[in-house]
Design a protein around this ligand. Structure first.
Ligand code: NAD
Length: 438
């Protein structure tokens, strides 16, 4: 099929490249000319495992092209996906649909009857109806509108796209359903379940999924706090409950609170939808505030590990991206942690394997260093904020030698207390009881 992808960010680029890899002819559009020039020169705008090879091989075969021109991309397209950003609106947290509606108005002028316009962006219930109205206003005739929310995770985006747990399609007419079945046919051959629903249901399903995962994370984080108070180990509790099939082991890792480009904004947007509908969502509302408090409280944990005094201290930070295997810094827990430390007079040296460039755009006053041991050099404490694989097998003896204060604050529970203590470090994990020496 001929596909246009409007928006070539994390979702648009990965989806476009994967669709091309299925054999479709895909044109990815972005209004950011620098991004498109880079892609045309083989330079990836984001760091995502396997993406560069996938983009290059499909571009070489002529199945994947990049442009800033909406007209040339959509005029022959049978399906037009919208994958532009839907950030939280400042002030109220409502999903800001400016980019979506702008894109729809632009593409409306060039679509042909029979085309299917599909939202891949995460959009609130009823957005499909509004898109339909805009298309009519702009004179686009005979166009179907469908919802196909995306569930890929950054850091594992290609594998997720090619082996999804499910594909959700919200479509009110057969033409749209058939087009999406055809687009995803290679995945049905791999037995990926497809769920065809009404458009509004599909839109809500995405928010419900993200809200549920956010609840699960906040739940285990609160259990971790309880573990600390009663000297129990949250890792074992999580395993103990996660082995129950009704619960499952995923998203039960206690840590500094969820961040990233989706959970924070999608939980807020769900609450806005609920408010508008007059239906309170107390669990999600509480989850949002539990998570906000948690992120803010992480500096206090570091302070406590340092005996309550931060001024004049030096702290090494390991990991800045909101999670491993991405360079995405959006809503990363590292941001309030680093800023909180800086505000309290701490000198911060930070290392991230790939997010340095992105981090430099959002953090100032930080010394960015080139590896974990450099971050530890002369520091009073080292703090693991993002659980990159390369932080899982650090030479703890070397780390301890580099550190001035022998303190490891492990906000991701990467290490065991015993191994850290064997290297002479005082260990502070999350929800894992008290250090032996304190
Ligand atoms: P992103 O910011 O990385 O990419 C969006 C791109 O759209 C940008 O490159 C921007 O320049 C471009 N754009 C905006 N308006 C445009 C227009 N009118 N024409 C052409 N290009 C335009 O965003 P993202 O992370 O890819 O997220 C996109 C959507 O997918 C959001 O709704 C998000 O919630 C959803 N989503 C994201 C993820 C994720 O892990 N990032 C996962 C699932 C769903």
């Amino acid at each position: 099929m001929r596909i246009a992808m409007i928006g070539t960010g994390y979702v648009g680029l990965v989806s476009g490249a994967c669709f091309a890899d299925f054999g479709h002819r895909v044109t990815c559009v972005d209004k950011d000319g620098g991004k498109i020039d880079g892609l045309n020169a083989g330079v990836m705008p984001i760091w995502e495992p396997g993406l560069e090879a996938l983009v290059k091989s499909n571009a070489e075969r002529g199945r994947l092209t990049f442009t800033t021109e909406v007209a040339s991309a959509v005029k022959d397209a049978e399906a037009i996906f919208i994958a532009v950003g839907t950030p939280a609106r400042r002030g109220d947290g409502h999903a800001d649909l400016t980019f979506v509606f702008e894109a729809v108005r632009e593409l409306a002028r060039f679509t042909r009857p029979g085309t299917v316009v599909v939202t891949k962006s995460t959009v609130p219930v009823g957005t499909g109806d509004r898109i339909e109205a805009i298309l009519k206003e702009e004179g686009a005739e005979g166009v179907s509108v469908a919802s196909n929310p995306e569930f890929l995770r950054e850091g594992a985006a290609i594998a997720d796209f090619k082996h999804p747990d499910r594909i959700v399609v919200g479509a009110e007419d057969e033409r749209a359903q058939d087009a999406l079945r055809e687009i995803y046919r290679p995945l049905f051959l791999n037995r990926a379940p497809i769920l065809i629903t009404g458009r509004r249901t599909a839109e809500l399903t995405k928010y419900a999924a993200n809200a549920f995962l956010a609840v699960k994370i906040s739940f285990i984080n609160e259990i971790a706090d309880l573990c600390e108070a009663v000297d129990a180990d949250v890792q074992d509790v999580a395993r103990g409950i996660g082995l129950d099939n009704r619960i499952g082991p995923k998203f039960l890792h206690a840590g500094p609170g969820y961040g990233g480009s989706c959970f924070p904004k999608d939980t807020l947007a769900l609450l806005q939808t609920a408010d508008k509908a007059g239906v309170d969502q107390r669990i999600v509302r509480t989850t949002v505030s539990v998570n906000d408090d948690r992120k803010a409280h992480m500096v206090e944990r570091v302070s406590q590990a340092l005996g309550g005094e931060l001024t004049g201290k030096r702290v090494g930070i390991l990991g800045l991206a909101f999670k491993p295997n991405t360079d995405d810094m959006r809503e990363a827990p590292s941001i309030p942690i680093v800023n909180g430390l800086l505000e309290r007079g701490v000198k911060v040296a930070a290392f991230d394997p790939v997010a340095r460039h992105q981090a430099e755009q959002v953090l100032s006053g930080v010394e960015f260093v080139d590896d974990a041991y450099a971050a530890a050099e002369g520091a009073d404490a080292i703090v693991i904020v993002t659980e990159w694989d390369e932080f899982r097998a650090l030479d703890l003896d070397r780390l301890a030698t580099s550190l001035r204060g022998k303190i490891l604050v492990d906000l991701r529970n990467v290490y065991d207390r015993a191994e850290a203590e064997a290297a002479g470090l005082t260990y502070y994990g999350i929800g894992r009881g008290r250090p032996s020496s304190v």
